[in-house]
Design a protein around this ligand. Structure first.
Ligand code: GLU
Length: 447
């Protein structure tokens, strides 16, 4: 059987075995379509059936999360942890609390995480988890009880050398605090390295909160540099207004660019004077309110529910909200408006059709598994500080993050060049991530 027939057979098996899990199929296809030249250069990985093994999670945990709401009513959610691959280190990846969470979503995120984590060059395997719990409108006490119930089941699967969750959509510092507290209580161990994204006073790392957004902007800057350009004076559009978006905006402004629009699930704001970050943080982080509140107090801003944030003309677009938010229509609008680069701060925010349109138009495209690797990389730095009972200053961590992002960028380019076109960052990220994991899996034998 030739290489492409083997890859097609693997994909067909994925679709059969994981029926209805559209996002997982999409994420797998996106990687598999780049593996032809890699496997042709490494027939030993075909022989060892590395791809077949890589696409099957090592372990999947699904569990009931019962809790009592503020009205005394019993609620039942479903919790997940997909421990996908531990060839390079313990399973590592965030937890997502969102009503859309199901096994397919967690599997797609876990699959992406394997390659992303490999690209960082740090010793972390890939995993992901979460629950179909909707934190919107829930009180602090309800969130705490949910987190405690979730961890009561999950704790038996975790450990600083086994599986280390962190945040993702719907899980930030507050939730990590409740999850850590319950883990500590159940195990009677202050095992700092079992979760990342912790508070600075109890084992957290400086720059972890900022890391995903900052890292995405570093990556965009590196891509622009290959064309003799940079972010100074550029118009930037960011989708989302959560943790990734906020710190992407902060870094763009620090590098002299101007973010003129951002969004949430209720619409988007355009502010030609540049997004006022303090106001945005006050609204989204402190008040946990809708973005429309931003335009109510900022005279230069308008709020819109029609069209999309990607219709706003920009030089650089940073999709930082969620999967499949930037489709072919949006890509056409970006190309028409002369956008130079798109870097994914979220996981798989661009649809395959959108990626194709951007690539054909010569728009630089940084795939999430490379462009948003700064978050998990800084989690690995947090684990390093926990293991040595040390705490690094902000500057040391932030500069280590910048180095990791620049190394990821270089690795993607050189690997893409080896197997095709150096500007094809998706090819570079998939091939380089795969090679690191495949080498370790092959060395470990058939397990
Ligand atoms: N959820 C983040 C991601 O998508 C961070 C994971 C982590 O820090 O473990 O990479």
């Amino acid at each position: 059987m030739d290489v492409s027939a083997r890859i097609e057979a693997v994909y067909a098996q994925i679709v059969r075995r994981n029926s209805g899990e559209a996002e997982f199929h999409q994420a797998a296809r996106e990687v598999l379509q780049n593996l032809g030249p890699v496997l042709s250069a490494h027939p030993e990985y075909l022989e060892a059936r590395i791809v077949e093994r890589l696409c099957e999670p090592e372990r999947q945990v699904i569990f009931r999360v019962p809790w009592v709401d503020d009205h005394g009513v019993v609620q039942v959610n479903r919790g997940f942890r997909v421990e996908f691959n531990s060839a390079l280190g313990p399973y590592k990846g965030g937890l997502r609390f969102h009503p859309s969470v199901n096994l397919g979503i967690v599997k797609f995120l876990g699959f992406e995480q394997i390659f992303k984590n490999a690209l960082t060059g740090l010793a972390i395997g890939g995993g992901k988890g979460g629950a179909d719990f909707d934190p919107k409108g829930r009180s602090q006490a309800e969130i705490m009880r949910f987190c405690q119930s979730f961890m009561t089941e999950l704790h038996r699967h975790l450990g600083e050398h086994t599986d280390i969750p962190a945040g993702d959509i719907g899980v930030g510092g507050r939730e990590i605090g409740y999850l850590f507290g319950q883990y500590k209580r159940l195990t009677n161990r202050f095992e700092a390295g079992v979760l990342t994204g912790k508070g600075l006073g109890w084992g957290g790392s400086h720059a972890r909160t900022e890391a995903t957004g900052y890292g995405t902007v570093h990556f965009a800057q590196e891509m622009l540099r290959t064309r003799g350009q940079d972010l100074a004076d550029r118009r930037v559009v960011v989708s989302g207004s959560g943790n990734v978006a906020v710190y992407a905006i902060e870094k763009v402004h620090a590098l002299g660019g101007r973010v003129v629009a951002c969004s949430d699930s209720g619409g988007y704001v355009v502010d030609d004077d540049g997004i006022d970050l303090e106001l945005l943080k006050e609204i989204k982080e402190n008040r946990r309110a809708r973005l429309s509140a931003y335009a109510e107090v900022r005279p230069t801003a308008t709020h819109s529910v029609r069209g999309s944030v990607f219709d706003v003309p920009c030089d650089i677009a940073l999709p930082c909200a969620t999967q499949n938010e930037l489709d072919d229509q949006h890509a056409v609008a970006l190309v028409k408006n002369g956008t130079l680069a798109v870097a994914e701060g979220a996981n798989m925010p661009c649809t395959p059709a959108a990626v194709e349109i951007l690539r054909e138009a010569g728009v630089l495209f940084g795939p999430g598994k490379a462009a948003n690797a700064g978050g998990v990389a800084t989690s690995a730095l947090e684990m390093r500080q926990n293991a040595s009972r040390d705490s690094w200053p902000f500057e040391r961590t932030a500069s280590a993050l910048a180095t990791v992002m620049s190394d990821v960028h270089t690795l993607c380019r050189t690997t893409a060049d080896r197997f095709g076109d150096p500007d094809d960052y998706a090819l570079g990220a998939n091939a380089a991530g795969f090679l690191r994991v495949a080498e370790a899996m092959d060395a470990h034998g058939v397990i």
